[in-house]
Design a protein around this ligand. Sequence first.
Ligand code: MG
Length: 405
Amino acid sequence: MAEVGTNMDAGDAFFLVVAAGRGARAGAGGPKQYRALAGRQVLTRTIEALLDGAPGAQAMVVIHADDLDLYEAAIAPLPEALRARLFSPAIGGATRQDSVCNGLEALAEAGVGANAAVLIHDAARPFVGRELILRALEAAREKGAAVPGVAVTDTIKEVAEDSRVVETPDRATLRAVQTPQAFGFGLILAAHRAVRADGCRELTDDAAVAEWAGHCVFVFPGESGNIKLTTPEDFLRAEAKLLNDLPDVRTGQGFDVHAFGEGDHVWLGGVKVAHDRGLVGHSDADVLLHAITDAVLGAIADGDIGAHFPPSDPQWRGASSDRFLRHAVDLVAARGGRVAHVDATLICERPKVGPHREAIRAKIAEIMSLPLDRVAVKATTSERLGFTGRQEGIAALAMATVRLP
Ligand code: MG
């Protein structure tokens, strides 16, 4: 166990982001903190909001031991200046409480001092605002232990196991508590260590840990928009909210052709499809991803795939085309926008696309961080007419809807 250092002063501030949960209530689709929300993973959004909100602060994320690859993918889209402010992730434990304790120990190992402020935040609250972060930092320094709370608008009933109402607490005295929960680092580390040593495992937030250890915990104003994404409905509402914040709707179109040559497979939408011929091209000749990339670039009026990735540049020889598409999606994100929908059509006699269609959709959705229901892939022949009908090559058409601020 590391001693708590004193080499940092009270001006130091750290975020501990709790991202080790499995998110079972959010339905299928893997841990909710790694799901895409309007084209960007929840965890990516949360880290960005925190670090942008407190320019001097650093952050550590507590992750599940199985999630290292997911974590790396989530931080990859962050600007280098933000990534530089992240510690290596800590590995969580069996409960949220264990995970936070592990994270605090890792911060202590990293030399965080007792007088520093630490804000402990749920990864599933990506809408945390700058004002709230500033209030939390101030509260950590002034109170030592404080949590954001909002007034309760529903009447709360305490009920027995048989659903009988036992009590109706006075609503005026109740607060729904959020994160970031704000503490002096030495105080909350010691409290977590004491709870762990005692074997107490029932505490659902860090304020309760501080309370258990005998500290006075204060409440400061939270934000109604700082919701915790818990259920599939929460995700749908959050998607809709983010979409409505992007009123400038653009449509882009793309078209591409590659000729057949020698080979035993073709790449279609990032999926390797066995065929008795290959497609000729400088990169992997993924005609479908090229058309979609051009559609996205067209929607933001930012040139075409050839301008961004010149065929004359040897570094793109044999390149996997998902990089081109991801770059176009990142250009949209850099403008504060998102791709809302993609519709693409492959035109060829062979190979038969039908058996691969769902795999191709899923791959495109993954590359673009889009929900599956926002990716359409269709296929048609040209009734043996023209170059596609003579099986000289494959053509692809695509349209992308992009929303910008
Ligand atoms: Mg091409």
